[in-house]
Design a protein around this ligand. Structure first.
Ligand code: NAD
Length: 497
């Protein structure tokens, strides 16, 4: 099933002498300088690539394209499926959209991959042994953007976690670990609290981990996990996590490494993948020939591994490490006494090219596996789904918000259509029957109803119940069905239920 596979474009055979087409966007600010530098290294290393150049960002915005990307550029990206992108300046105000968000959403780039490494003693770092990759799910979780306010006091958001979405990112993390010779994948969730959403992600992680006996795996609750990442990042290798946690965690790792200017990042989709530096377009130094091309160069090595050209990626990355080690540094990383030569973009690029084939001796040389990263999802298992009852959410601000008043009123309305009120919660805490006097009550009541005469029920009977509640004047604002899947309860219990 095409939807469920991710197959990297294949490496051309030497016999056909074909080159892999990629799309290159030079970007804004320092983008053109660092992109040209990176292309020069790729050419010198004989990377089997053919560049298709597009103009996106400032030039497109100035032509009135508010998304920053023209139809022709879209076409090129869809044809080559791989984009090496220089940083883009997002114009302030004027209704312009962030090009990165547009690309991520439109191309369904499900994984954000951000490796962060310390290069001590050549670059200062508080965590010299740090070498962490955060692989963040990029489309689901709280970022689906489904929010509502339904009472005067309460707003809510829908947190969506799917089995295929979880499996895709988790498989990607294990495949990534294999391709990059990494030893461990750590999953981070908050499934002690969110048992059904984060619990699904953790369960899928355990299932997938069993298929990769060569890679160590473990799980950490996100709060203590994030604290440990901040305090002892050297204990972590690859981290895979949900969207919100990954957003926060990837910024923490970038911040503490001391080398954010040297970091690349990848956004991976089922069809298209995009590789870029973590830093922005640095307009303050644009055109001066002093920008450090390292972030984009590292991103380009990620692109080569993705394309299955791991040997060239390895050669370039090791030459770059050797350059850092030899003290050839651009101004942003140059330190008197520790660096040897202060160089501009071009001289730094020449230094990397001169070292192609060499390896660092203090820093650890990288070893990448050929073959690219391919993912095939397993079919979602068949399961017996049964409707057991319904949670009806009611906006109510009467009778001093006394839970007994709403409880008794709803019980009476339900009885008439053969339903029973199991309980009412307010912000998840049971308030009826027999709540605690200390509980704070808002105007948002979650009322759990079960059929009075059976274990399972039907949607027709739910409609009877809703009709009866509406008929009695209750302000129903939303409902959630209570299902079992293969007999397993698939909804949370109320606190104290
Ligand atoms: P920035 O990363 O561009 O610059 C921050 C500081 O780091 C500046 O002092 C800059 O000179 C320096 N710097 C950054 N990259 C460098 C390099 N390669 N070599 C040497 N020094 C470097 O962040 P900013 O100033 O907040 O953003 C500038 C623009 O970039 C904004 O329009 C922002 O929206 C955009 N931006 C784009 C991306 C992207 O395209 N992925 C990412 C972040 C920011």
């Amino acid at each position: 099933m095409k939807q469920n596979t991710l197959t990297a474009p294949q490496v051309p055979s030497a016999a056909t002498d074909q080159l892999i087409p990629i799309t290159v966007a030079h970007g804004d600010g320092i983008g053109p300088e660092i992109t040209s530098a990176v292309l020069r290294v790729l050419d010198a290393a004989d990377a089997p690539l053919r560049h298709n150049v597009i103009n996106i960002g400032k030039a497109a915005y100035e032509r009135g394209v508010t998304s920053g990307i023209s139809p022709d550029a879209w076409k090129a990206i869809r044809e080559t499926k791989v984009v090496l992108k220089g940083p883009i300046t997002t114009p302030q105000g004027g209704g312009y959209k962030s090009l990165n968000v547009t690309l991520r959403k439109a191309l369904s780039l499900f994984a954000n991959v951000r490796p962060v490494k310390a290069y001590a003693p050549f670059i200062d770092s508080h965590h010299p042994g740090m070498n962490v990759v955060v692989i963040r799910e990029n489309e689901e979780d709280l970022y689906a953007g489904i929010e509502h306010q339904q009472t005067r006091e309460v707003a809510q958001i829908l947190k969506l976690v799917t089995r295929p979405g979880s499996e895709r990112i988790i498989r990607y993390a294990f495949e990534y670990a294999r391709a990059y010779g990494r030893r461990k994948v750590t999953c981070m969730t908050k499934d002690n609290i969110m048992k059904h959403t984060d619990g699904l992600f953790h369960r899928v992680f355990n299932e997938v981990a069993n298929e990769y006996p060569d890679i160590e795996s473990d799980h950490s609750i996100i709060d203590i996990g994030a604290a440990r990442v901040a305090a002892q990042p050297e204990q972590f290798d690859v981290i895979v996590t949900l969207n919100l946690y990954g957003d926060i965690l990837s910024d923490i790792t970038a911040q503490i490494a001391g080398s954010v200017g040297l970091a690349g990042s990848a956004n991976i989709g089922t069809d298209v993948a995009m590789f870029e530096a973590v830093h922005g377009s640095a307009p303050d130094i644009a055109g001066r020939g002093i920008a450090n091309p390292s972030g984009l160069l590292v991103a380009a090595t990620q692109m080569l591994v993705h394309l299955g050209v791991a040997d060239v990626a390895q050669t370039i990355k090791n030459a770059w490490l050797k350059t850092l080690e030899d003290g050839v540094h651009t101004a942003d990383i140059y330190r008197e006494g520790r660096s040897e030569h202060k160089v501009g973009t071009e001289a730094f690029t020449d230094a990397v090219i001169e070292r192609l084939g060499a390896e660092p001796s203090t820093l650890t040389p990288v070893r990448y596996q050929s073959g690219g990263i391919d993912i095939e999802l397993s079919p979602t298992p068949q399961q017996e789904k049964a409707l057991q009852g319904i949670d009806v959410f009611i906006d109510w601000d009467g009778a001093g918000r006394d839970p007994d008043v709403i409880g008794e009123g709803l019980e009476e309305a339900a009885k008439a259509v053969n339903w029973r009120l199991k309980m009412i919660t307010n912000r998840g805490v049971k308030v009826y029957p027999r709540g605690l006097p200390e509980t704070f009550w808002t105007d948002h009541w979650r009322c759990r109803f079960l059929p009075a005469d059976a274990d399972v029920t039907s949607f027709d009977r739910v409609l009877d119940l809703l009709g009866a509640l509406h008929g009695q004047g209750w302000d129903v604002i939303k409902t959630e069905h209570l299902y079992t899947f293969d007999g397993r309860r698939a909804y949370s219990l109320g606190q104290g239920e």
